[in-house]
Structure formats: C-alpha cells, structure tokens
Design a protein around this ligand. Structure first.
Ligand SMILES: [Zn+2]
Length: 61
C-alpha cells in the first residue's frame, strides 16, 4: 500500500482520540498532518478501504 494512504488511516484514527467526529477541527488537523487529505480519502474510497478504516471508531457522525 502507498505509504501516504497508510498515514491517512493512522492519522484519521488517532485524531478521533481528541476529535470524535469529522467536523471543522478534525479537518483542520487532517490538513496540518497530511496536506491534501481529501485526495487520499478519494483514493481509499476507490479501493474500498475507507469503510474498513472507520469501522474501528465508534463515534462517527
Ligand atoms: Zn473517522
């Protein structure tokens, strides 16, 4: 797997320890850590991996 995509999954989940949703703060922190995270999310979505990444979190919108 592309290293960046792995980073996306890890950062995504780690941020949920402090931000339990995908609100403005979460998006701001995603950008601070990953830059253009929306592109990574799209690629993961295309691979069918996004849902897998999120299934470990319980507090989603
Ligand atoms: Zn999430």
């Amino acid at each position: 797997m592309d290293t960046k995509l792995g980073d996306y999954v890890i950062v995504h989940e780690l941020l949920h320890f402090s931000v339990p949703n995908h609100g403005k703060l979460w998006k701001m922190l995603m950008r601070a850590h990953l830059g253009e995270w929306e592109k990574l999310e799209k690629r993961l979505n295309g691979m069918g991996l996004l849902h897998l990444a999120d299934s470990s979190s319980t507090l989603h919108e």
